[in-house]
Design a protein around this ligand. Sequence first.
Ligand code: F6P
Length: 327
Amino acid sequence: MTRKKVKRIGILTSGGDAPGMNPCIRAVVRTALKEGLSVVGIKHGYEGLVSGEMEEMHWRSVSNIIKDGGTVLGTGRSRDFLTERGQRRAWENLKKANVDALVVMGGDGTFRGAYEFGERFGVKIVGIPATIDNDVAGTDYTIGFDTAVNTALEAIDRIRDTATSFERIFYVEVMGRLSGYIALYSALAGGAEEVLIPETRTDIKKLTELILNSLKAGKRSILIIVAEGDDIGGAFEIARKVRLKVDADYRVCVLGHIQRGGSPTAADRILATKLGYYAVQAVKEGRFGVAVGEVKGKIVYTPFAKLLKQTKALDPFLQHLVETLGA
Ligand code: F6P
């Protein structure tokens, strides 16, 4: 498989779906067709590779999907693909379908699978970072992050209205099991009083003091944004702990999967379109085992092996800003 000229590519979306995957599929399919490559869409992430569920993609297969959330290819977290046996079946299915190279879209887990598969079977793979969590190195932003933050922000703004009217404390839980990006950006943009994220240790005593001081200062509402993966637990657990020391009315709101759906923002559509286009350029130039990303406005290709060793650090200054300006 390694030396053959690429004539046909496969594309799949894997892991948590992210708004912007569809515009990216559109960009990959149409760029590839323009470059004279044929394209096969693989269904349900790596699962479709293992089971051989694939369909030919044409120019019209991606008509009008630019505005749609989710992924028309479907996604999944395949257990079979984690095994050598599963990967062998995937490799055989690729050969059967005459697919010479793969474009995979997803987060760290997707790239780990791609790296192993590429190393084990010599498959040519290019990755595109797409996850609402923004926790993938090799790119400033992942596809889907901007939409998720804006969705969370809209909810936070609405909660502020009712919180102020009732003079209540609200704990708003946003997504991010391992990453505080959505929490930090939506807290900063929403003017929250505090943000709690997995990357930093949560100090209940400090939080309690902040809330008591805010109440004393006559604040009419207090919004605490909590990433679901915070070290103390989710928003319910934090609220329960604070309530032991703060005698004030509160509510908890868990935003959950609402943040994964919806029409992608313009920023996500544009990023998705660029990364989709450049993923196909990587295929044409014979760059494999890499993920495409955008860093400081420039397109970069980072080898999976390098990228998977890196963690994308959050800017501590942003957390400082939330704390300085919020409470
Ligand atoms: O896609 C990332 C993510 O949304 C995380 O923020 C969240 O922790 C996880 O996926 C939820 O996964 P699932 O949809 O399998 O519950």
